[in-house]
Design a protein around this ligand. Structure first.
Ligand SMILES: [Ca+2]
Ligand SMILES: [Ca+2]
Ligand SMILES: [Ca+2]
Length: 496
């Protein structure tokens, strides 16, 4: 009897939170997350949020509090998927918590995450230390997202109008058609609507990357270039990874949806969830790109759609689209290169510490399954600046995107003895009118100049001398500059 009552006495005197308020309206406003349909606390990294705890009694001398955050199936401090942070101390994890004044049973705490924290759904735990006893109280879960408003975040975007467009706008315009007649079609991204945030987080957990090594995969989710690449693999259902969409470009669509009939991502993502994550049929490039834009905006990575007209698919990676004819002019079925009237991909905005600061900014990601990259149907991120500068050896898939916008178009005659002669080369037809929706309006902006230098200028020797990229002039030994220029001139001579 005595033992039982002392146990009860002991239990009642432990400092225990009895209720938590996640301060949803306060936090959602300052974190630009007020439009998410999910009810749990959703905040952005690198920025403080406030919670209120109600305790069973006032804190006493000798008692101290710490918070613990955990994410993923195997949280660990070494993987930065777990952090233990005592009040008012910023430890190596970068997480911290500050206690406000206590009033009539409740206390406010301001919790800050590091600007490079792993994104996703966290457990929040309160750890109470009293003498030599430590006990933990599970407080609940919250979701942490990328933060384009935070200067320390890899996805930081300085301009508020651009953040409104590329993170918060749920409506978009996709440019389709052909180089002679560009059409605009509306698209509803719906990144804040019912279930979409949960669907996006589930998508990360279904990826082959996660299935291969969950602990490592989750530990890398603070890196937008990693998350972008994984999502590019998961928007398509190729590689049997439960991806969102199957593509179909020929034949009938039978009982499934004609890709042209979709007008937004939300319905596709919700159908994917309802069908227990079986790929939705069917998608084509603008559908893959539209759905990926929804997912990346939902996770907080600034993202837009880009349409490239006369888009090359250079299967053999020789930088040219080669078409073959016999000596009578009949087309021969040789080679797999092709040219699309248009192709749509995504650009996401983040820094590239792996390449160097000059490659920061827009990065191409492409979810349409065209070619495998390192064993999976995934593409990017490829720095748009690297594409323009021809730095095609840089990660990821820069050569492939370079050819989409800048391959040469060759026509060859194949003679009876098997010999081939190139009879025509067009260096300008590929990669025209590269387009995206304007910030804050539905008009089309031509961003071809982001991807390549003006091409007609290259076809004139004198212009070539003056416009040859300045970086070569300043970085290259003088004799090498003229050697390269010589190659450049003779190349143009060959094809003109
Ligand atoms: Ca896939
Ligand atoms: Ca080729
Ligand atoms: Ca070209």
């Amino acid at each position: 009897m005595l033992a039982a009552s002392s146990w009860l006495f002991f239990c009642f005197t432990d400092l225990t939170p009895t209720h938590i308020s996640w301060q949803p309206s306060l936090n959602a406003g300052t974190h630009h997350t007020d439009r998410y349909a999910n009810t749990e606390l959703t905040v952005r990294r690198g920025q403080a949020f406030t919670i209120t705890l109600y305790f069973n009694r006032p804190q006493q001398a000798g008692e101290s509090l710490a918070f613990v955050t955990e994410i993923g199936p195997a949280p660990s401090e070494s993987h930065r998927t777990k952090a233990v942070f005592p009040l008012s101390q910023r430890g190596p994890s970068g997480w911290s918590a500050v206690q406000g004044p206590s009033e009539s049973g409740y206390t406010n705490f301001t919790i800050s995450s590091p600007a490079n924290a792993v994104i996703g759904r966290y457990n929040l735990i309160l750890q109470v230390t009293s003498g030599n006893k430590i006990f933990s109280r599970f407080l609940g879960q919250f979701v942490l997202l990328f933060n384009p408003w935070c200067p320390g975040d890899d996805v930081y975007m300085a301009n508020e109008n651009e953040r409104q467009e590329y993170v918060l706008n749920e409506n978009g315009i996709i440019f389709v058609g052909n180089a002679k007649y560009i059409e605009a079609r509306g698209w509803y991204y719906g990144q804040f609507q019912d279930h979409i945030l949960n669907i996006c987080l589930t998508m990360l957990d279904l990826s082959l990357y996660y299935r291969q090594d969950p602990a490592i995969d989750v530990s890398r989710r603070g890196d937008p270039k990693y998350v972008g690449r994984v999502i590019s693999s998961m928007i398509n259902g190729n590689d049997n990874d439960n991806g969102v969409l199957l593509g179909k470009w020929q034949g009938s669509f039978n009982s499934h949806e004609n890709p042209s009939r979709w007008d937004g991502s939300m319905v596709i993502l919700q159908k994917w969830r309802q069908d227990n994550y079986k790929p939705v049929q069917y998608g084509q490039c603008w559908v893959f790109a539209g759905v990926m834009c929804t997912v990346l905006r939902c996770l907080g990575i600034p993202t837009r759609l880009v349409s490239n007209f006369n888009s090359a698919h250079d299967v053999d990676r020789n930088l040219s689209i080669d078409k073959y004819y016999d000596s009578s002019g009949k087309s021969l079925n040789i080679g797999k290169d092709s040219t699309w009237d248009y192709h749509v991909w995504n650009e996401s905005w983040f820094v590239r510490p792996d390449l160097g600061t000059s490659y920061n900014g827009w990065q191409v990601l492409d979810a349409t399954p065209q070619e495998q990259s390192r064993g999976l149907f995934q593409c990017g991120p490829a720095s748009v600046i690297a594409i323009k500068e021809g730095d095609v050896d840089l990660d990821y898939d820069t050569l492939f995107v370079y050819t989409e916008v800048n391959a040469d178009c060759n026509r060859w005659i194949v003679y009876k003895d098997g010999s081939k002669k190139r009879v025509y080369c067009d260096t300008e037809i590929i990669g025209r009118f590269i387009s995206t929706k304007a910030v804050d309006s539905n008009s089309r902006v031509d961003i071809t100049y982001n991807y390549k230098y003006p091409e007609e200028l290259y076809n004139h020797m004198f212009a070539g001398i003056f416009l040859y990229p300045l970086k070569y002039l300043v970085t290259m030994p003088f004799h090498l500059f003229f050697f390269n220029l010589g190659l450049h001139i003779s190349y143009n001579h060959l094809i003109s």
